[in-house]
Write a protein that binds this ligand. Sequence first.
Ligand SMILES: Nc1ncnc2c1ncn2[C@@H]1O[C@H](COP(=O)(O)OP(=O)(O)OP(=O)(O)O)[C@@H](O)[C@H]1O
Ligand SMILES: [Mg+2]
Length: 275
Amino acid sequence: MTYTLLPAPDNNEGGVGAPVLEVDEVTKSYPGEPPVQALRGVNLTIGQGELVGIVGPSGSGKTTLLQLMGTLDRPTSGRVRITGLDVATMADDDVAYLRATRIGFIFQQFFLAEHATVLDNVADGLLYAGIPLKQRRQRALDALDLVGLAQRPHACPTQLSGGQRQRVAIARALVGRPAIVLADEPTGNLDQATGQSILALIDQLHRAGSTIVVITHDHVIAERMSRKVEILDGLILSDTGPAAGADGRLRPFAPFAQHPVSGRRPGLPVREDSS
Ligand SMILES: Nc1ncnc2c1ncn2[C@@H]1O[C@H](COP(=O)(O)OP(=O)(O)OP(=O)(O)O)[C@@H](O)[C@H]1O
Ligand SMILES: [Mg+2]
């Protein structure tokens, strides 16, 4: 199976780039007595180069939405497209490969392999790219440089502060140059000052061209994003829409579109301490 290339992003004049993520009339209900309607018809399109804050109170459906956007789960109804590819029509293996190569994740709990070095934690973000280890490590070093951690590549996460761990996780999310980075409460485990420095880093990465979605319960954090989407009871309450003039920060997609999605090793990179 092969997939069509998206139009070149530099066709866009002003505004944001081509859609990287499209959520179309998505619902999600969890079984139970009675079932929980976590999402009740969500529509959201995110273009290349956007920095979007999705904000809502506990239980509003934020993590559920992130899991659907990240192809970690499938909707009960509706469609999710990543870089134009309709997840519903794809086999599980293809979805796993799509996820591993086009989506970067950042979690509140970091999810690093505690006993692997910082360098290898980040290099593991490239396991699916078919790149030799030496090159993976070189690219990991570049990504660590981007997050200000290139000086401690051989430390283990247990030797790092919370803020430094989150920087490692961010480097891992970015190393494969994904089309979109999804962050679920990325500052939730950090003190105020460290959280601010992580938000500053996210802003810097956005300015450098990354497409980033930050999920948060904190309106102050969401206000810092160039687009704010409010979610309540499984529905989008408000959406400021793409920020005007986000152009000039666009960069071409990583060359993933040249690879067919099928025929690659399925599954996700191993997260030794995921829970
Ligand atoms: N696996 C599940 N099974 C049943 N119900 C679930 C499941 N996951 C989430 N829910 C329910 O779906 C609703 C939305 O949950 P979700 O985790 O998406 O909220 P959230 O906005 O991320 O909340 P928080 O800010 O507390 O993380 C809640 O009512 C929750 O109890
Ligand atoms: Mg949540």
